[in-house]
Design a binder for this molecule. Structure first.
Ligand SMILES: [Zn+2]
Length: 163
């Protein structure tokens, strides 16, 4: 991966996200580090899962080392998703210590922008990408809505959120 091309791409994508979603540009861009899939699974899911990118709080985005966001548009979309998480952090959009619902809102926004970014690419270049994960299926099983009475006894919900 050419570091200069990658840095240029990150700068361009930050501007695209700013135009799409109105985030301020960050004072400095995050670092993008490529790591083996196994390490991402361990860090992001503590076990086997379909994870390609991970952004723990800080300044580093981790991407699966099989991805080439400079040449591949689907990989670029994954980088867009992780950059949104970086911008969310920089903007303080969501509380850092929020529970599952905060996590869910953060993911929904990142997926929403990723989908809109792909739609924009499709309208410009005709390149269409099918999203691997379906964000509308994400749920929180342990965090009922505040206005609903608590359910007892507690049952496990199918389709609980991963990663
Ligand atoms: Zn995410």
């Amino acid at each position: 991966m050419d570091a200069a091309l990658l840095a240029k791409l990150v700068a361009e994508l930050l501007v695209s996200i700013q135009l799409l979603a109105g985030f301020d540009l960050p004072s400095e861009p995050p670092e993008v580090v490529f790591v083996p899939h196994g390490l991402l699974q361990e860090k992001a899911c503590s076990g086997p899962c379909e994870v390609y990118g991970w952004f723990p709080p800080g300044r580093t985005i981790y991407l699966d080392d099989r991805l080439d966001p400079v040449r591949d548009i689907a990989a670029r979309g994954i980088l867009v998703h992780e950059l949104v998480h970086y911008l969310q952090q920089e903007a303080g959009t969501f509380p850092a210590s929020g529970g599952c619902r905060t996590w869910l809102e953060r993911e929904r926004q990142a997926y929403d922008i990723q989908i809109r970014w792909h739609a924009k690419q499709a309208s410009v270049t005709g390149a269409r990408v099918r999203m691997q994960r379906r964000p509308w299926k994400l749920t929180c099983s342990e965090d009922p809505a505040p206005n609903l009475p608590p359910r007892a006894p507690r049952t496990r919900q199918a389709g609980s959120a991963s990663q």
